[in-house]
Design a protein around this ligand. Structure first.
Ligand code: PNW
Length: 450
């Protein structure tokens, strides 16, 4: 039995994460094109309080200050994303040099502060011009993404070695094209169309991998960040574990199942029937290109147990079950153990990074220059303990990125819901490290849970 007090493996990567649209602001500066989120936030009723991404954390102008703060906290690895519409304002067509210049300045500032970038190519901010041509329902987006990926990997390959193709396919496909939202563009489409959006996303992932292999240079590594549907067995008995594994496999057939399986499985095709996505020859050669790691965003999980008559049963949570202020964020620390173990067991994932984990709360005031977020510290500690348990059980977990470095634009929840370990006062743009940041700084330094 390895104790929680034991260190994580040597060279374990500790970091923090953000995404361009959530922090940069400068939504229409230096030639940046409109994104689907710039458009969506202006539709009344879509976003809490009608908050927009126009200014966000103004990181576009304050990145030097932000990197200096990261350095003070001992952050050595930072996951960020590039804004596609900053680089191709129309999605494809001509490149906006000012957009490339901005990220060159950003990576240079990171290097000066001894911070290693982990770069996500796409974190939901599709250029609106591409949405106008069909968005994720159209193969036009796949071609445009291929060109975008080639361009940025060529441009930044000298400065960036860790690449992530896409962030959370579900969030810009089914959560954006099926029921009018909650994610942009908020369309309402048939199952067949939604299945097609998944397929196009998988193709873009493949193009991201291909671009890094072709243009990434020496030492470049690439993987997907997925928010696979995660469950935990209610009791850790062989029966409940088998039930959880069955649930997990079924729920992730269309993304991880397709990537690791080299195609759509008979089980998937049977499930979707006539709504199966249209594919072309060669698609899965691209989609299933080997990657260097799998990124997982893990926040919560569903409770599953063996059914009385075989199979599995989903356990309905009691109304008093604890959760964060985000309604979906039930507190289930074992999600860290079971998500990582399942992707190892089911797909044979051999290098796993937790690319996001954290919790969102609404009221976190600065009092006397401090933010007391003991609730977040307890969340993180509990989740890291379960991650440590997986490491101790031999699951190949090589890093952890906390979501998020600072409070930022939480999509349809606007600026109300705070996920940062650094507080951001959106009126003054003053940053204040919360208690959780001070604690996490020590964890990163000690390489163990404190
Ligand atoms: C992730 N769910 O989204 C995103 O990658 C981040 O941009 C976001 O800010 C963060 O988590 C916090 O929400 C998720 O419904 C959205 O389970 C929804 C879910 C999970 C993650």
């Amino acid at each position: 039995m390895i104790s929680y007090a034991c260190p994580f493996p040597e060279n374990f990567v500790w970091g923090v994460a953000t995404a361009a649209p959530q922090i940069e602001g400068a939504a229409f500066e230096d030639g940046k094109g409109e994104s689907i989120w710039d458009r969506y936030t202006r539709i009344p009723g879509k976003v809490l309080k009608g908050d927009t991404l126009d200014v966000a954390c103004d990181h576009y102008h304050k990145f030097n200050e932000d990197f200096a703060l990261m350095r003070r906290l001992g952050v050595k690895s930072y996951r960020l994303s590039l804004a596609w519409p900053r680089i191709f304002p129309q999605g494809d067509g001509s490149v906006n040099q000012a957009g490339l210049d901005f990220y060159h300045r950003l990576f240079d500032a990171m290097a000066e502060n001894d911070i290693t970038p982990w770069v996500t190519l796409f974190h939901w901010d599709l250029p609106q011009a591409l949405e106008d041509r069909g968005g994720w329902t159209s193969r036009v987006t796949v071609d445009a993404f291929a060109k975008y990926a080639d361009t940025v990997v060529k441009a930044f390959g000298g400065k960036v070695k860790n690449w992530i193709t896409l962030n959370e396919i579900r969030c810009f496909t089914v959560l954006a094209y099926k029921n009018g939202g909650p994610k942009a563009p908020g369309r309402t489409e048939s199952d067949a169309v939604v299945n097609q959006t998944y397929h196009h996303a998988l193709l873009c992932h493949g193009h991201g991998v291909r671009a890094v292999r072709e243009f990434g240079g020496r030492g470049a590594r690439v993987g997907l960040t997925d928010n696979c549907d995660v469950c935990i067995p209610v009791s850790e008995t062989p029966r409940d574990i088998a039930a959880a594994r069955q649930w997990f496999t079924e729920r992730n057939l269309h993304i991880l199942g397709a990537i690791y399986g080299g195609g759509y499985s008979p089980a998937y095709l049977e499930r979707v029937g006539a709504d199966a996505p249209k594919t072309e020859a060669g698609d899965f050669k691209l989609i299933s290109m080997p990657t260097d790691f799998l990124g997982l965003n893990i926040y919560t999980a569903t409770h599953v147990r063996a059914g009385a008559a075989g199979g599995y049963e989903v356990v309905t949570l009691p109304v008093n079950y604890p959760r964060a202020d985000s309604v979906w964020l039930n507190l289930v620390p074992q999600c860290m153990y079971w998500a990582t173990r399942m992707v190892r067991d089911v797909y044979g994932a051999s290098s796993i990074y937790v690319t996001e984990n954290g919790c969102g709360y609404d009221e976190e005031p600065v009092i006397g220059g401090e933010v007391n977020d003991l609730h977040r510290r307890e969340y993180l500690r509990a989740h890291l303990r379960e991650l440590h348990r997986a490491v101790a059980d031999g699951v190949p977990i090589h890093g952890y990125f906390l979501w998020s470095f600072m409070d930022n634009y939480e999509w349809e929840d606007g600026y109300t819901r705070r996920f940062g370990v650094v507080h951001c006062d959106f009126a003054t743009q003053v940053r204040t490290p919360k208690l959780s940041a001070l604690w996490y700084a020590k964890v990163m330094e000690a390489n163990r849970i404190l």
